[in-house]
Design a protein around this ligand. Sequence first.
Ligand SMILES: [Cu+2]
Length: 533
Amino acid sequence: MNLMKNRSIGSGFPGNKNRRQFLKIAGYGTIGLMTGGFGPLLNYSVASQNADTNFTPDLDISLTARPDEVAVLPGRPTQVWRYHAFVHKGEKSRVVEIPRSYLGPIIKAYRGEKVRIRFTNEIPEESIVHWHGLHVPAIMDGHPRYVVSQGQSYLYEFEVNNRAGTYWYHPHPHGRTGPQVYRGLAGLFIVSDEEEQSVGLPDGEYEVPLVLQDRTFGSDNQLIYTSGHRMEQMTGFLGDMIMVNGLPDFTLPASTCAYRLRLLNGSNSRIYKLAWKDDRPLTIIGTDGGLLERPVFRQYAFLSPGERLEIWADFSEYPVGFETSLISLPFDPGGMGGRRMGRGMMMGGGMAQNLPNGAGFSIFKIKVVKNVKKDQSLPEQLSEISPPQQDEAVNFLNPRQFYLTMRHMQWSINGRVFQMEEVADDEIVQLGSKELWEFHNTGGGMMNMPHPIHLHGKQFQVIERSGVMHEGYVDEGWKDTVLIMPGERIRFLVDFADYPGLFLYHCHNLEHEDMGMMRNYFVRGPISSEQRL
Ligand SMILES: [Cu+2]
C-alpha cells in the first residue's frame, strides 16, 4: 500500500546549500540527493509532517524522550534520558513500562495495524527515532537527516507489515547515537501475528523480554561514557556492569515450566557469547525477524549489538531451588576487540577496561521458585520460511561487495565514511529487485575487530558465511543485523521491495557508527505523480 498518498509536498530542490534552511522553515524531510558531490542525482519528495487526515491509526501514541532520574543502584538516583509513552488510541496494555528501568516502554503491535507515533524530543540535543528491523518508508525510518531539536516533534505513521518478532527502537542522530542509547534511550517493539499465535508459545508471565546492556557507574551512581578518546571510539564503549532490562544483578524467578525468552543486545559495543551455565544447549526459536522455521540447538550463540534471539527455556524437569545462569563465554574478538589489550591496560590514555569484549561473565540468574503443572512441549514447527533463492538476485553472478576497513584511524565501509546525503554509484539499487550483498571483514593485522552489520528497512536471509568457522551463529531465519568476525565473509539475499528512498546500512557497534562506519543506500524507484509535483 502507498502510505505516501496525499502526504507529499513539492520538491524540486534548489541544492544542498539551501536545504538546511528550507528544512528548518518547512519542518519536514529532505529532498535532492547528491552523489559524491557531482550534483543532484534526482529529486525525491517526502511527506509533510502534518498529520494525514486519511490515515486512521489503530494504535496512536505519544513518545517523548526526556531527562529523568532512576534509582538504578542503592543511594543517589542516576540521571538518564528516557522514553515515555502515552496511548491516545488503542488498548493501554500496548505500552508496557518496565518498573525501575531507564529503558523505554515496550510497544506492542499486530501485523497489519496502522501505527501513529508522535515523537517529541525533550533532551537538550537533536534526536530522531529509528524502528530497528521494521520495514517502513524511508521518511519513517529515523534517518539522521530528520533529526529534531529540543522541543520539536516528528510524526511517524506507518503500517506494521513485519512478521511477528522482537524489534526495537532507539535514537539515530548522526554522531550521537552511542551516547543517547547509553543514557537510556531504547525500548522494545514487539510485533505479533496470527502465524505466531497459532504456535501456542509460552506467554504472559512465561514470555520474558530481556534487554542486555553494559554500563559503568561512577561513585556518585552516575553513568560514565567514554572519554571520547580516539582509541576508545575505535574499540567501542564497554561497561563493567551487566544490566538486564536496565537493572543490575538481575534474577528471573521461574516456575517449573517452559519459557519464551526474548533477548535483545542493546549494548553499545559488547558482544555476548551466550550459553547456559549448566552446559545444556541453547534451544533457539527466533532471531531478528521473528520465529525460525523450527528450533535449532547451539552449545553457545553470539549476540552482537542490535541482534535478537529468542530462546525456549524449559524448567519442568528441575526442582524448586534449582539455579542456573545465562552466561557469556570467553572468546577472542580479534586485535582491537579489547581482550588482547589486557585487563586494566590504559587505552591510549583513556579509561581502563575492567571487562573487555570477550571476557567471560554471568549475565543473569534464573532461580526455580514455584511448582506449576503446565505441560508444554517444544513445537517442532514454528513458522514457515521460504528458503532464499540466490538465483533470483539481479546480481547473482556478481554480488555487491563491501569491505570493512580501517583508514586513518577511522572505521569505514569500502573506504568511505558517512556523509549525510551522499550515495555512491555502487550504493544505488532498484526498487523491487533482489540482490546479493557480500561483506568482508578482512582488514587484517592489529586493526581487526568484529563488526555487526545492520541494514535499515529490510529483513534479509543469510546465504553463506565463510572464513573463520564459529559454531555460535544463528544465521537461520530472517535477519537485519549480522555479526562478522575478523577474517569472515558473509553473503545475504535482500529484497528491495515496497519503499524507494534513502536508507542506511552500518556497523551497529555504536561508537563505530558514530565515527562514520555507516553509509546510505538508495532504492531507486518510479516517482509517483504525487511525489513529483
Ligand atoms: Cu564496527
